[in-house]
Ligand binder design. Structure first.
Ligand code: ATP
Ligand code: MG
Length: 229
């Protein structure tokens, strides 16, 4: 027994016999904030896709509340994904055919019927990212920064246990990046979600309680205070 929500044990990942992740042991606890840095191609997205149940490891196990989820079927995995995680990607991945409110409520539809209180919660979140009144906008009319804030709201709609953010500010200018990052951190704090952040931005990485680097297939703890960076 430990205090992790999700834990990877001895996880290895190979793509066509190329080793991407070697013996990764890693977990994320309740309300914990964690950053992972590493060079491009190091395997960061692969690692968090495994953590977020979007991809399976070649070897090793994934535990959620002491249940080994490797043995779960596809339907159960999909429900767990929607229940446990909120995902934010570098490119916001909004669905162009759906308007803002429909995009936000999309993860809700995977687990249940949309209720009035869900719509109210969506509006409350929109207010917190300063986009009240955007409910019926077509997503292709939004700026990059606005789109990403909608993606942040969408990630929060199921009140996830863990928000997984893969370079969420990577395609934004510096000012928008800071605003968006602060919104992600504040929303996670407000709604009690843990945050797993992949970033190339050391300023953002340092804001997390725990930091790791991923290089040469190995995940290692990293202490910014000791490193002087
Ligand atoms: N489905 C796949 N099939 C084959 N190789 C893959 C696959 N997915 C990822 N890779 C390879 O695995 C390596 C790690 O990719 P990954 O996307 O995890 O890196 P990353 O650390 O997230 O990089 P970046 O910082 O550029 O986003 C890369 O060499 C990539 O080409
Ligand atoms: Mg990546």
């Amino acid at each position: 027994m430990n205090d992790y929500i999700v834990e990877l044990k001895n996880v290895q990942k190979k793509f066509e016999n190329v080793l991407i992740l070697k013996d990764v042991n890693f977990g994320i606890g309740e309300r914990e904030t964690v950053s992972i840095c590493g060079t491009s191609g190091a395997g960061k997205t692969t690692l968090i896709n495994i953590m977020g149940l979007l991809e399976l490891p070649t070897h090793g196990n994934i535990f959620w509340e002491d249940q080994n989820i490797i043995i779960c079927n596809t339907k159960k995995l999909s429900q767990m994904r929607a229940k446990i995680f909120g995902y934010i990607f570098q490119r916001c991945n909004l669905i162009p055919e759906l308007n803002v409110i429909e995009n936000i409520l999309f993860p809700k539809r995977i687990t249940s019927k949309v209720s009035i209180s869900d719509i109210e919660f969506a509006k409350e979140l929109l207010q917190l990212v300063h986009l009240s009144g955007f409910e019926n906008r077509n997503v292709w009319t939004l700026s990059g920064g606005e789109s990403q804030r909608i993606a942040v709201v969408r990630a929060m709609i199921n009140r996830p246990r863990i928000v997984i953010a893969d370079e969420p500010t990577g395609s934004l200018d510096e000012k928008s990046a800071h605003i968006t990052m602060d919104m992600i951190i504040n929303l996670c704090r407000e709604y009690g979600s843990s945050l797993l952040l992949i970033t190339h931005n050391q300023l953002f990485a340092k804001k997390m309680q725990t930091s790791y680097t991923l290089n040469n297939s190995e995940l290692k703890p990293f202490d910014y205070a000791k490193s002087g960076q």
